[in-house]
Structures are given as structure tokens and as C-alpha cells.
Design a protein around this ligand. Structure first.
Ligand SMILES: [Zn+2]
Length: 105
């Protein structure tokens, strides 16, 4: 398996597997596929009636999305444009994920 690294903080995928944690908000976007896969593994056969990734994760993603969105707006206001651009990538990734899950339209 490739050892990806987050372009923002340099956190690696192997570190994520080791700790189950992420280095920064942008890590989620960088490791999205692997995180989704590992969440499915963790859940195992204990699938919910909705047949999707657990609710907790939906909430986490939604919370992270809101957090990143407000960070992005703060960065824009503060003239930190490269930071805002980085955040907007992560925000749009999360938005797509939320749409896929039917959480937002
Ligand atoms: Zn990161």
C-alpha cells in the first residue's frame, strides 16, 4: 500500500493507521478513500439498517465541514488566500461526501 502524505501538514497515511487520528483538517481530504475503507473495516459485520457508514461518522464529517467552512471564511477575511484555497479544496471534498451520503443537497 502506498504511503500517502498530507500536503498541508505532512502527516502520513501509515501514521493514521497507527494512531487512528489525523494531523490536520486537510488530512481528511488527502486520505479520504483510505479513511472510508478503514471505517468500513472497523465496523465489520455490524452494519446499520441504513446500510451505510455509521451515523457517528456522518456527524463527524458534518462537524468538520462546518468547521472548515468557517476557517475558510476567516482565512478569506484575513487575506490568507493560500490557506483559504487549501481549505476550499478540503471543504469541497467534504461537501461531495456529504452529498453522497444524502446529508446535504
Ligand atoms: Zn494534514
Amino acid at each position: 500500500m502506498k504511503n500517502k502524505a498530507c500536503g498541508v501538514c505532512g502527516y502520513t497515511l501509515s501514521k493514521f493507521y497507527e494512531t487512528g487520528m489525523l494531523g490536520c483538517p486537510a488530512c481528511y481530504a488527502a486520505f479520504k478513500a483510505e479513511i472510508t475503507a478503514s471505517l468500513k473495516n472497523i465496523q465489520g459485520g455490524n452494519t446499520r439498517h441504513r446500510g451505510r457508514v455509521p451515523c457517528v461518522t456522518d456527524k463527524e464529517i458534518l462537524a468538520r465541514y462546518k468547521e472548515l467552512l468557517s476557517e475558510m471564511r476567516a482565512a478569506e477575511k484575513g487575506g490568507r488566500l493560500s490557506e483559504a484555497a487549501e481549505l476550499s479544496v478540503a471543504v469541497s471534498e467534504l461537501k461531495t461526501e456529504l452529498k453522497n451520503r444524502g446529508i446535504i443537497l
